[in-house]
Design a protein around this ligand. Structure first.
Ligand code: SF4
Length: 269
């Protein structure tokens, strides 16, 4: 068993189900797991089919549990346990752990991560669907995160047609916060500057951390937003409400010189 030292964490060579993400995803988590293939949320901006070379229609039809997963997952979890690695594993980058279909596989994965000494974080647009598993989350180990692009239902339906509506995602964040679980919000993609700034105003009382990114692969948006102005406005707003934050690499060139922007803020209480 070879333990790989990543810039900010560790993983085990050869493990592909509990793995160290690369490039942009690495900014979100040192370890990740994708228990499904596909995702039924149908986000218009989703780049997963493009990056993973999946047929978009098939991907949008819904999430299905990955084949040959259970035995391999248990083998990999055992390796992490034997190596004494206890970091958070993020679910998920190439699917959503609380997609609109059957999410029993998510519950099984969380239970097995606990049994093998690993912590976890779920990142979802499934809103209160995640409450089905709230009892598994441990305040001193785990985290709950939601992606928010807007507070407006019509805008959300246009871009994330089958995802939970913003108010439902916010209700889930509040519920996890009230249980003492660390919460964070992914402000990525940014589709509308004012919408992202308003999300901070509306949620900072029950959100522990914001991760801020831009839009990629969306020419109509990437070329019309002034990203420098957005970055500066966003950090002002985050400072005004005293919110912890991480500005992703795509926006870091717009930050003031020597701006403190630690990659890994502990995501637990
Ligand atoms: S929730 Fe995530 S994985 Fe699912 S379609 Fe939307 S962007 Fe893609």
């Amino acid at each position: 068993m070879t333990i790989v030292l990543n810039p900010d964490g560790v993983s085990i060579a050869g493990c592909t189900l509990i793995y160290a993400p690369k490039t942009q995803a690495l900014e979100y988590a040192p370890l990740a797991c994708n228990p499904y293939r596909g995702c039924g949320h149908g986000c218009a901006y989703c780049y997963v089919p493009l990056v993973t070379k999946q047929d978009r229609r098939e991907f949008d039809e819904g999430a299905v549990p990955r084949k040959n997963f259970i035995h391999r997952f248990l083998g990999e979890a055992a390796k992490y346990q034997a190596a004494g690695i206890t970091e958070q594993v993020l679910l998920s980058f190439s699917t959503d752990p609380y997609h609109p279909g059957n999410t029993e596989r998510t519950e099984w994965v969380l239970e097995k991560l606990i049994e093998h000494g690993l912590a976890f974080c779920t990142l979802t647009k499934g809103g209160t669907r995640a409450l089905a598993n709230i009892n598994l989350f441990r305040p001193d180990r785990d985290a709950f995160a939601a992606t928010l692009t807007t507070l407006d239902d019509a805008f959300s339906r246009k871009w994330e047609r089958n995802a939970a509506l913003p108010a439902d995602r916010i209700a889930a964040l509040k519920a996890f916060h009230e249980r003492g679980i660390f919460t964070w919000v992914s402000l990525e993609p940014t589709l509308d500057v004012e919408a992202s700034l308003s999300i901070v105003d509306a949620t900072h009382e029950f959100v522990d951390l914001y991760k801020v990114g831009r839009a990629n692969y969306l020419k109509a948006i990437t070329t019309t937003i002034d990203w420098e102005s957005y970055t500066l406005h966003m950090i002002d707003r985050l400072h005004a409400v005293g919110a912890k934050h991480y500005i992703k690499k795509d926006l870091q060139s717009y930050l003031p010189v020597n701006y403190p922007n630690p990659l890994r803020i502990p995501q637990r209480h």
